[in-house]
Write a protein that binds this ligand. Structure first.
Ligand SMILES: NC(=O)c1ccc[n+]([C@@H]2O[C@H](COP(=O)([O-])OP(=O)(O)OC[C@H]3O[C@@H](n4cnc5c(N)ncnc54)[C@H](O)[C@@H]3O)[C@@H](O)[C@H]2O)c1
Length: 273
């Protein structure tokens, strides 16, 4: 594969899967603009790598911020070949998570004790507009803003680029919170629409749908959820971030030159798209 001198923008690059993607691309000779809300984290990610990378602070939920940051990466690198939309959140203020987790724990305790429960988990009932909008703003709008700016640049520069959106197995299973599952499902719709629209330009757009992956996002989830997630995975464990990064790299690379509009599952066999 000849990926030397190609460049990428990776959002949510400060830790977890995003940081593993930056590492994988760097190891394959790609210069990366690593973007995150937490600029200190992206600085330390790229400091540990060889090569001429960039660490940029950006809130992907803010359209103007995304336009400015993606343009800056293009200006400094001189070209933009790849985009990976990895920034994502699972919870936000006002999304009813505390009540949801409390009722879920109560329900699990009652089932363990009595074999049944009349406690409902009621995430939807406790979801306020603010919580819903905050998660959609990052997970869906952020990817849209970044795709739009990257494609504007690729079109201006006549680059036949490649884009990967990080969805989730929850888009297939429906497991998880209403705002999160909706955002990750919508990303697949965006991926498929863009794949068709951009194919004549030679720009490929795919998604990776990870299953449970061992990253800091997991720290916010109750232990029971983690255990039950691991038990539900045929391979019997969470993924390492590098295993998801490998799937992303394949889709970006020329090895996937005839692949567009696809959802590559990296979930240990839990669900199949
Ligand atoms: N970990 C999993 O089990 C899993 C499974 C399926 C899908 N995913 C998806 O993979 C992606 C990465 O997950 P992770 O586990 O590495 O998460 P993580 O929480 O460890 O890292 C997410 C990164 O995104 C950044 N970020 C959050 N909001 C941002 C914003 N508004 N602008 C810019 N950056 C922002 C954070 O600062 C953080 O560095 C997410 O989209 C997540 O939904 C994760």
């Amino acid at each position: 594969m000849n990926l030397i001198n190609k460049t990428a923008v990776v959002t949510g690059a400060g830790q977890g899967i995003g940081a593993a993607i930056v590492k994988k691309l760097s190891e394959n000779g790609i210069r990366v603009a690593a973007i995150d809300l937490n600029v200190d984290n992206v600085k330390s990610v790229i400091q540990s790598l060889e090569g001429n990378h960039l660490a940029l602070e950006c809130n992907v939920g803010q359209s103007k911020d995304v336009i400015k940051t993606v343009r800056k990466a293009r200006k400094i690198f001189g070209r933009l070949d790849y985009l990976v939309n990895c920034a994502g959140i699972g919870q936000a203020k006002g999304d009813g998570s505390e009540k949801f987790y409390a009722s879920m724990n109560k329900r699990n305790d009652e089932i363990a004790k009595n074999g049944k429960s009349e406690t409902f988990i009621d995430h939807l009932i406790h979801m306020e507009d603010e919580g819903w909008e905050s998660v959609l703003a990052v997970n869906l709008n952020g990817a849209f803003y970044a795709c739009r700016e990257a494609v504007r640049i690729m079109a201006e520069d006549n680059i036949q680029g490649s884009i990967v959106n990080i969805s989730s197995t929850s888009a297939q299973s429906g497991e998880g919170s209403p705002h999160y599952v909706t955002s990750k499902s919508a990303l697949i719709g965006l991926t498929r629409q863009l794949a068709r629209e951009l194919a004549p330009r030679g720009i490929r757009v795919n998604a990776v749908a990870p299953g449970p992956t061992n990253t800091p996002i997991m720290n916010g989830l109750p232990k029971e959820w983690i255990t039950s997630m691991e038990q539900s995975v045929p391979l019997g464990r969470m993924a390492n971030p590098s295993e998801v990064a490998g799937a992303v790299y394949y889709l970006l690379s020329d090895d996937a030159s005839f692949v567009t509009g696809s959802v590559l599952v990296a979930n240990g066999g839990s669900y199949y798209f």
